[in-house]
Write a protein of this length. Structure first.
Length: 378
């Protein structure tokens, strides 16, 4: 079991907080890490690391001493506030972990920006890295290089499934997209035309959400007016301009707007309200940005599909710690009962943390549950 700061902490307060959220959505140099066997390379694409590779991590790499963990996000969105709180909760639970997080620099971080941050972290004698890749395919060799050096790497929120990452922890984004599509069918039973907005379609979570949405609306006379607008994570500029452009370009042909990344929802609402067309369109988005939650309460958003970023931070920290202490297999075995208790699904190397659809009708109780965790966003 984990070495706790207080023996009863996990059994009471921390577990209660984790269960509630499931409803909603410096390294110790005196204790060197165990030498790692060279990790074999595997040819071809695979959903995560192949068996021969993961078995190399079944031996604990740091059975004693402080475990140094770093979490790297794909941007600086307020979406990550809840993730950071989850990471801090794990640090309070575990006595000997050094965990922190950072995002790539700039308002519109690129693959190159994130790669530079990852490589800096890798060079800092880290014991484990959790990353949410900006570009799934391009980031695969970056992850692979770290794993082949014996450093455990997991992905969260957005996967790089062709990489050798050990575990993906987060939303099944395809199923999340399907939930959004099902809401579109419910809101527009006679069909309609949508426009979608996202930061970057090269991100795995964006592609999966969009495909899930398309598959859910198939056969229900709901179509897309064009390919998704991409703002390259320019959440204060292009995200708004893209909505303006869509309204000017398509006018009253638009029956619905789909915001695929967390900040797209608020951008859509602002421009739709300015254009005076709120009563003519439906708005579906993802995540619980503070503005999205306020817009839900005010009836300006019809539905949002929320994730559990608090658990992204808490479970990423805990999992990487356990991999160092007990090896990958031992870590997954220890974590499994906790995941099951929270209603999460473990499927091979994927931990599906689940989603919830929030509407103006059920947002009150949802916000109360957030408040209990000290969160304003999710």
């Amino acid at each position: 079991m984990l070495r706790m700061r207080k023996a009863s902490r996990w059994g009471t307060a921390a577990l209660a907080a984790a269960a509630c959220f499931a409803l909603i959505s410096c390294k110790d140099q005196s204790q060197p890490a165990a030498p790692q066997e060279p990790v074999p390379s595997a040819g071809g694409a695979s959903a995560g690391a192949p068996a021969a590779l993961t078995s190399a991590f079944d031996t604990p790499r740091r059975p004693t001493g402080t475990v140094k963990i770093r979490i790297i996000t794909n941007n600086s969105s307020s979406f990550w506030t809840a993730m950071a709180k989850g990471m801090e909760a794990a640090k309070a639970e575990i006595a000997d972990v050094d965990a922190s997080w950072q995002s790539p620099p700039g308002a519109q971080p690129t693959h190159a920006d994130q790669k530079a941050v990852f490589e800096q972290v890798l060079a800092s004698n880290v014991d484990g890295i959790a990353v949410s890749p900006i570009e799934a395919s391009a980031f695969a060799p970056v992850i692979d290089a770290a794993v082949e050096k014996g450093i455990p790497v997991i992905t969260f929120d957005s996967d790089s499934e062709k990489s050798k990452r050990l575990v993906y922890l987060g939303t099944n984004n395809y199923e999340a997209g399907r939930r959004a599509g099902e809401m579109a069918v419910k809101l527009l039973p006679n069909g309609g035309k949508f426009v979608a907005f996202v930061g970057n379609m090269s991100a795995q979570n964006a592609r999966d959400r969009y495909q899930g949405f398309l598959d859910a609306v198939k056969g229900h006379n709901i179509t897309m007016l064009q390919e998704p607008y991409q703002d390259k994570a320019d959440k204060t500029g292009a995200a708004f301009r893209n909505v303006q452009d869509a309204i000017l370009k398509h006018g009253d042909k638009i029956n619905g707007f789909l915001g695929i990344w967390s900040y797209n929802g608020p951008a859509i609402v602002d421009e739709v309200v300015k254009a005076g067309i709120r009563d003519k369109v439906k708005i579906i988005c993802f995540d619980g940005d503070p503005k999205t939650l306020l817009n839900l309460r005010n009836g300006k958003v019809d539905a949002t599909v929320v994730q559990k970023p608090y658990e992204f931070g808490r479970l990423s920290t805990k999992l990487l710690y356990l991999i160092n202490r007990k090896g990958l297999k031992g870590a997954m075995e220890e974590l499994k009962p906790e995941l099951e208790k929270m209603g999460m699904q473990l499927n091979g190397s994927v931990i599906d943390t689940g989603v919830e659809v929030i509407t103006p009708e059920n947002c009150g109780p949802f916000l109360e549950r957030l408040k209990k965790l000290g969160l304003e966003t999710t």
